[in-house]
Design a protein around this ligand. Sequence first.
Ligand code: BGC
Length: 256
Amino acid sequence: MTRAIGVDVGGTGIKAASVDLETGELVSERLKVATPEGGSPGAIVREVVGLVEQLEADRATPLGVCFPAVVVHGRTMSAANVSHEWIGLEAERLFEDHLGRDIHFVNDADAAGFAEVKYGVANHPGLVIVTTLGTGIGSAMIYNGVLVPNSELGHLELDGHDAEKRASNRARESEGLSWEEWAVRLQRYYDHLEMLFSPELFVVGGGVSKQAEEFLPLLTLRTPIVAASLRNNAGIMGSAALAAGWTVPLSSGRTG
Ligand code: BGC
């Protein structure tokens, strides 16, 4: 079995597990801690080191970490739901220094999107847009199996608002929206994405995707829209697979 470790740093929780790369299955316990209040670099790095130490002593095992920010050449260039101290930080190096090993460092939604192509429901020709509805809205754009990183479609400005502030799962929870009320906002959001990008498929991930039957049937779009199959483990699986250098050949025989 080829194994790698995946760590998914989110605005609310940090999750980690060991992954069988052939199947994408988690082959260890799935560890989870709350993201430290304020989301400062020191506090988050400490939690990640703690999780990795519990999982794996062998430093030769590939290790991927995904993070809720734009990631360019190992630097975090934004910080929507974590401390602003991350902006411009050499985050990959910071993690590597504290972990004492190399890591592969990517945006969380990109990792999740990659995992959905490799192990889930996003292996489809043409443009696929994977969105994760969580603390914010993450996005991954995949064209013919190739990921276009850092798309940040949660931050489109819509009706004068940062889209994720109105349509994320956190907005639903904090404003106490019914599924129907939230679906009105999702409809507006996905209509806009559809108008801009004309994708072949939308995949909706994030923890709330396990309740997809409550809100996806309320949406009317030209584009097929389906729930992610990997739910909240996609970030872990995608970071692990990317760390091991795995790529995603499109499955043969499928046409648009
Ligand atoms: C961040 C993205 C991230 C998404 C999901 C957004 O607020 O800007 O980088 O992928 O939240 O965590």
